[in-house]
Write a protein that binds this ligand. Structure first.
Ligand code: C2E
Ligand code: SIN
Ligand code: SIN
Ligand code: FE
Ligand code: FE
Length: 485
């Protein structure tokens, strides 16, 4: 058991050496007690504080929120708590968590130095914000196959994340060896979007050539030459940071960040800048890969179409068709399907189907196909198989599956008397109903091994009379309208 005197000494000893600041202020604002920490944090000797009035030691303090709170506690004899943020004479920031407690002699103040804690918290918040930005960019890259859209997001997020005024992405053109602006944000003049520099030229060109971040905290010192000066002046640019965009070891461009006031970037800012550049490189790289894939796909599709056209020309030749028969009927059929309201995405199938309409004749022997006279009943059996041959030939080919209507159904008749299945009316696919009119029209106008071509007027008349029996009457009407266009 300690006596009161010894207990007091014991507590005072603890207070003296406590890491936290402890001080007692009298009613007249004089320091009655300060511990070692107060002197250390206040950057004063204890003797400079003890017995002195607060406002004499720290002139101007009586005009601060902290002083007003102390005055209030002094008067009302209440306790309070407050966060006190301030700047040391050397410019560094401090932050203290103050507990104010009234005591018989005045106020007891305990302050915890939470400067580092607060800085750590701010850093965590900054990192979290930056993480969110990287995530947004990731999503933009994943969600968009359009480089322009992805770049737009990247520029916006970079501008916000680095608190920049202008962000500019320039891409390297390996043919011209130039770095050319691809996108910019925050610029006032369009000149910014037209900047293109050689490798090594200007800040961006230097970053590209040397493959490292180039920092110009104050552009006035950068010694820029030529038109770049004018552009930067127009933008009131004061600081410029440029870092290379590199994907798989290949230079793809640079990203420039411009500020309208001089700016010396801290390391963590530079780190984030380079991280963003990494993301940007990935975005550009994957968008380019996608574009190439699309182009390859397009080339392949073109190859398909070319193959089909070549195939159909060969068929015409064998059938002794007149020059251009198939192309002519294909074009006419597309006009009709358009007028009949078929959709754009059906066109490609209609086109392929029309080009290949008589592909089934590949299964009809020459002596029948090219016979100069009328066919016997037996020969007709073989001839009427050509739509079924077409179906068998085309249906295993996935990309021609939707093109099968015309080759399979172009000899069906509206009244059900056609072949191969005897379909009737609207059972016959629309494309085939339209095509049938065009095919007969073009066949009759042409010379055949088995007869001479008919005069145009006779063909028209013939088609008119077949409306409702051989042909869909609406298809005939539409066809005759197209002929007069
Ligand atoms: P294609 O020559 O391409 O004729 C297509 C369709 O046009 C014919 O289908 C028919 O509906 C119509 N068409 C063509 N020429 C005539 C004609 O002189 N008079 C009339 N009224 N309609 C004509 P279809 O009849 O089912 O014939 C299918 C294919 O059979 C023809 O295709 C052709 O390759 C062949 N073919 C038809 N008739 C003969 C023939 O008498 N001799 C020979 N060698 N082949 C024939
Ligand atoms: C650039 O085009 O890279 C930005 C301007 C400069 O290099 O100074
Ligand atoms: C098919 O798709 O089966 C060919 C045409 C038709 O529908 O009859
Ligand atoms: Fe046919
Ligand atoms: Fe034909």
């Amino acid at each position: 058991m300690m006596d009161t005197q010894r207990t007091g000494d014991y507590f005072k000893d603890i207070l003296d050496h406590l890491l936290e600041d402890c001080q007692i202020i009298g009613f007249d604002w004089r320091y009655l007690y300060v511990n070692d920490a107060v002197a250390r944090h206040g950057r004063k000797e204890k003797s400079e504080l003890l017995g002195q009035r607060m406002m004499d030691v720290y002139p101007g303090i009586d005009d601060t929120p902290i002083f007003r709170l102390l005055a209030q506690c002094m008067e009302t004899r209440t306790s309070a708590r407050m966060l006190n943020e301030f700047v040391y004479p050397d410019g560094s920031k401090g932050c203290f968590d103050l507990s104010i407690q009234p005591i018989p002699d005045g106020l007891f103040i305990l302050s915890l130095d939470i400067t580092e804690h607060k800085q750590a918290k701010e850093l965590i918040e900054t990192q979290l914000r930056r993480l969110a930005i990287l995530r947004a960019i990731d999503l933009a890259i994943l969600g968009s196959t359009d480089l322009r859209l992805a770049l737009k997001t990247i520029l916006e997020e970079t501008k916000a994340g680095l608190e920049a005024d202008i962000v500019q992405v320039e891409l390297y053109n390996p043919h011209t060896f130039m770095i050319e602006t691809a996108a910019a944000i925050g610029n006032r003049s369009r000149d910014m979007e037209r900047i293109s520099v050689s490798l090594g030229e200007g800040v961006g060109g230097k970053a590209a050539l040397e493959r490292r971040t180039v920092a110009v905290p104050n552009l006035a010192d950068a010694g820029l030459a030529g038109p770049l000066i004018a552009v930067m002046a127009k933008e009131d640019a004061q600081a410029l940071y440029s870092t290379p965009l590199i994907a798989k070891g290949t230079l793809i461009g640079v990203i420039n960040v411009i500020l309208r006031s001089p700016f010396t970037a801290p390391q963590e800012w530079l780190d984030f800048f380079e991280t963003l550049a990494g993301q940007t490189s990935i975005a550009i790289e994957s968008a380019k890969a996608f574009e190439n894939l699309q182009r390859a796909n397009l080339d392949l599709k073109m190859a398909y179409e070319t193959t089909i056209e070549g195939w159909s020309r060969a068929l015409d030749l064998r059938d002794k068709e007149t020059e251009g028969h198939t192309l002519r009927v294909t074009e006419m059929t597309l006009k009709l399907t358009h007028m009949a309201g078929m959709t754009e995405d059906e066109f490609i199938h209609v086109r392929r189907g029309a080009l290949l309409h008589d592909i089934g004749k590949m299964g009809v022997p020459d002596h029948i196909l090219l016979k100069p006279g009328k066919l016997t009943d037996e020969e007709w059996v073989a001839m009427r198989k050509h739509p079924t041959f077409a179906f068998e030939l085309l249906s295993p080919i996935a990309f021609l599956r939707h093109a099968i209507d015309i080759p399979f159904c172009h000899h069906e008749k509206w009244d059900g008397s056609g072949y191969p299945r005897g379909l009737k009316g609207e059972e016959i696919p629309l494309a085939a109903r339209l095509f049938a009119v065009v095919d007969v029209w073009d066949a009759l106008r042409s010379d055949r091994p088995y007869r001479q071509g008919w005069p145009e007027e006779k063909v028209r008349e013939h088609i008119r009379t077949l409306a409702g029996t051989h042909f869909d009457p609406k298809a005939v009407e539409l066809f005759l309208r197209v002929l007069t266009l």
